[in-house]
Ligand binder design. Structure first.
Ligand code: ADP
Ligand code: MG
Length: 244
């Protein structure tokens, strides 16, 4: 998928300026940058949680012009293919873990309940929570809740999984359980777009890295070069140093 020259403003504040980005299939694209630089706005644009004023969005055979009105049908089609994972999990509190995971498949994909439960159980095993199907979100640790949120996103079989600082709310030891799941997904070539402040993890998982500052793309490319001492950008070096 690809964003082409998108612009977003809030009032008279420009938040994204002519942002053009490619998110390759089968790869992990990682967005980094200072707080308030526009990372979440980019991620949310991919899922229409935010609508830029102008620019284009190419997704598979959909070509969306943000300056035109976008039909609900088109939004749903793209949303179904872009599973979002939030910093604070956003699980349905009144539903069990299994209930959370089968909601999308049964309601949106119209999958039979039996089949949805089978898929959900497989996904729970995959994220290391095979025994947690009947538990309510309030009984989970943050790391467990986030792994359920990832399983829930995967249950829709999205082309891309979008993750906005998925481990920022977690203590380091709980964070590790989530990072392991993401590394496994990367290994399986699940397409992902990840916003993170964890530079060591970004370095480990990224196929492509994007540095955003003040709504502009300062770097877009090879992670090796980004993290290398030879990186010619003083700004990027300072940023990495400040984060580690
Ligand atoms: P990041 O995720 O990199 O921290 P965001 O994309 O969340 O940055 O925000 C970029 C800028 O847009 C920030 O200055 C933020 O204050 C502003 N912003 C984000 N959402 C809104 C909103 N709903 N209303 C007004 N300003 C917003
Ligand atoms: Mg953000």
């Amino acid at each position: 998928m690809r964003l082409i020259q998108i612009n977003k403003t809030y009032g008279d504040k420009t938040v994204l300026k002519d942002v053009t980005l490619d998110f390759p299939i089968g790869k992990v694209t990682v967005l980094v940058g200072p707080s308030g630089s526009g990372k979440s706005t980019i991620l949310r644009s991919l899922n229409f949680l935010v609508t830029p004023e102008s620019g284009q969005y190419d997704f598979n055979d959909h070509q969306i012009d943000f300056s035109q009105s976008i039909s609900n049908k088109e939004k749903l089609a793209v949303r179904r293919e872009t599973g979002m994972v939030f910093q604070d999990y956003n699980l349905f509190p009144h539903k069990t873990v299994l209930g959370n995971i089968i909601e999308g498949p049964t309601q949106v994909l119209k999958m039979g309940k039996k089949q949805a439960i089978k898929v959900a159980k497989e996904l729970l095993a995959k994220v290391g929570l095979a025994d947690y199907g009947d538990v309510y979100p309030s009984e989970l640790s943050g790391g467990q809740a986030q792994r359920v949120a990832i399983a829930r996103a995967l249950a829709m079989k999205p082309r891309y999984v979008l993750l906005d600082e998925p481990t920022s709310a977690l203590d380091p030891e709980l964070e590790l359980s989530v990072l392991k799941v993401l590394l496994q997904l990367a290994h399986e070539k699940q397409s992902m777009v990840l916003v993170t402040h964890n530079m060591a993890f970004a370095k480990q998982i990224a196929d492509k890295i994007i540095f955003v500052e003040n709504g502009e793309i300062i770097y877009d490319g090879d992670p090796k070069k980004f993290f290398s001492q030879d990186n010619s950008s003083k700004r990027i070096k300072n940023f990495i140093a400040s984060m580690t």
